[in-house]
Ligand binder design. Structure first.
Ligand SMILES: Nc1nc2c(ncn2[C@@H]2O[C@H](COP(=O)(O)OP(=O)(O)O)[C@@H](O)[C@H]2O)c(=O)[nH]1
Ligand SMILES: [Mg+2]
Length: 135
């Protein structure tokens, strides 16, 4: 999926009261893994945690999916706000860490510039090209 290219963090959200959303996340996470070389931080968000009596996905299934994704899982409620901020803070932290780690590995992309080719700004010696037109 091309829109995933360049992603620096992915929140996979499903609804604990609707099994098809869990199945979709499972399928989608496989596509994410295929499109992102595995290096993109993810969090798994199990929403509608407040509706416990209506859950149709077990905690074991959620934990298993989180393990397979190497992603932390957060049980949230968009209604009460419970655990929403911690989920997105964790994702932001992981994204920052991944970006810093990538920079550290590639000095040319923001490090000391040691392997950036030198450009000689004086190379034309201030001479105008022969036949130049414009004063
Ligand atoms: N109790 C509860 N309701 C929620 C939560 N998140 C969304 N809803 C409500 O669930 C209803 C359906 O929304 P949702 O399932 O998120 O979206 P949809 O399935 O794409 O329509 C809306 O009334 C939302 O306000 C939650 O965490 N807890
Ligand atoms: Mg819904």
């Amino acid at each position: 999926m091309s829109f995933l290219r360049g992603a620096q963090g992915i929140a996979l959200v499903f609804d604990l009261t609707e099994r098809k959303t869990f199945d979709s996340v499972r399928a989608w996470s496989r596509q994410v893994a295929d499109s992102t070389d595995g290096g993109v931080p993810m969090v798994l968000i199990a929403n509608k945690a407040d509706l416990r009596e209506k859950w149709v996905v077990s905690e074991d299934e959620v934990a298993e999916l989180a393990r397979s994704l190497h992603a932390p899982v957060f049980f949230t409620s968009a209604k009460t706000g419970d655990n929403v901020a911690p989920a997105f803070e964790a994702l932001a932290r992981a994204s920052m860490a991944a970006v810093m780690a990538t920079k550290a590995k590639r000095p040319a992309a923001g490090g000391d510039g040691a392997d950036v080719p030198a450009v000689d700004l004086g190379a034309t010696g201030g001479k105008k090209p022969a036949g130049g037109c414009c004063g």
